[in-house]
Design a binder for this molecule. Structure first.
Ligand SMILES: CCCCCCCCCCC/C=C/C(=O)SCCNC(=O)CCNC(=O)[C@H](O)C(C)(C)COP(=O)(O)OP(=O)(O)OC[C@H]1O[C@@H](n2cnc3c(N)ncnc32)[C@H](O)[C@@H]1OP(=O)(O)O
Ligand code: NDP
Length: 264
């Protein structure tokens, strides 16, 4: 539905682009003409993903832990030497684990906050200073989750993604002067590699969530990628500092707390 050359001459970085939603976003951008860089921690699957994505256009990769700002700086060096510019940043890398709040250890809490909040901030700041501010143009899309009514069963990620959403609002205002837009996409439950990591009792809960969804389904990777394409494109030129829910209305409807009570 988008023009095939929508992102011609544009360069995009997708963090966590080796798998799942990030891979789907990278593929969608490549198919519309963008040159794409993907990063993640695990070198071997990252290299495999970049090789597969290269069928659709120019895709380069570099291992990078977004929690380590020196590794993010090295990633910016690669982008500089390969492409000399960056137009679109999709902060997709992130995650958490299901747990009732009282069982989350200090390390578990810190790992989730560090990944989602610090990692997103480091990548945004470094790419803005290296590319978007000097270019006087840039577009950042932060993948969060639907946490609108809190997130029973994942308190750490609810807190972390709320922080990212607020950061998005702040940076959208501070950086508007540089013609940088920032928005969030908040997926509901999306069928992707991320969900494969969840154990059986959580999978049963996911089935119940599907029954409660007003559209009677989970989302697809394409549902999320299509929202990212819109926010990355000039079609959304007057939209910044906002959140687009891709969740079949889960943010409005459903009783997640009742379902999480299964785990008590
Ligand atoms: C109670 C029921 C709740 C049900 C709720 C269901 C709602 C479903 C809706 C789905 C919406 C969202 C879906 C997704 O986002 S799918 C994407 C999922 N993908 C990922 O999360 C991948 C990335 N995640 C990670 O890499 C890790 O989870 C993490 C963010 C923690 C970072 O990993 P890191 O490598 O730094 O972590 P370590 O292995 O070193 O561990 C650090 C501490 O964290 C503790 N930990 C890690 N995993 C678990 C776990 N599964 N359960 C409990 N604790 C965990 C680990 O033990 C360390 O702490 P300690 O040193 O104290 O042991
Ligand atoms: N699937 C779903 O239902 C939903 C997913 N989301 C969010 O969407 C995003 C993608 O999820 P999904 O594709 O499903 O899950 P995946 O687990 O497949 O994707 C997570 C990606 O992030 C990378 N990553 C994780 N931590 C780091 C890090 N510290 N530095 C660099 N890369 C990292 C992982 O690669 P590696 O391990 O090699 O580092 C992996 O490629 C996540 O932020 C997730 O929380 C939001 C709502 C719902």
């Amino acid at each position: 539905m988008y023009a095939p050359n929508l992102f011609q001459d544009k360069v995009a970085l997708v963090t966590g682009g080796r798998s799942g939603i990030g891979y789907g976003i990278a593929e969608a951008l490549l198919k519309l003409g963008a040159k794409v860089i993907i990063c993640a921690r695990k070198a071997a699957p990252l290299a495999e993903a970049a090789a597969a994505l290269s069928e659709h256009g120019t895709c380069v990769q570099r291992p990078c832990d977004i929690r380590k700002s020196e590794e993010v700086e090295a990633l910016a060096d690669l982008i500089e030497s390969e492409f000399g510019r960056l137009d679109i940043l999709v902060n997709n890398a992130g995650g958490q684990f299901p747990s009732l709040a009282r069982h989350i250890s200090d390390n578990g809490w810190n790992a989730v906050i560090n990944t989602n909040v610090n990692g997103t901030f480091y990548v945004s700041r470094i790419m803005a200073n290296r590319f978007f501010v000097p270019q006087k143009s840039g577009n950042i899309i932060n993948i969060v989750v639907n946490h609108l009514r809190g997130f029973p069963g994942m308190a750490h990620t609810g807190a972390a993604r709320a922080a990212v959403e607020n950061l998005t609002k702040t940076l959208a205002q501070e950086w508007a002067v540089y013609n940088i837009r920032l928005n969030c996409v908040a997926p509901g439950t999306i069928i992707s590699s991320g969900l494969d990591t969840y154990a059986e009792p959580v999978k049963a809960l996911l089935d119940k969530m599907k029954e409660e969804n007003l559209m009677q389904r989970h989302g697809t990777i394409e549902d999320v990628a299509n929202a990212v394409l819109f926010l990355a494109s000039p079609l959304s030129a007057y939209t910044s500092g906002t959140t687009l829910y891709v969740d079949g209305m889960d943010h409005l409807h459903g009783d997640r707390m009742r379902m999480v009570n299964m785990f008590r």
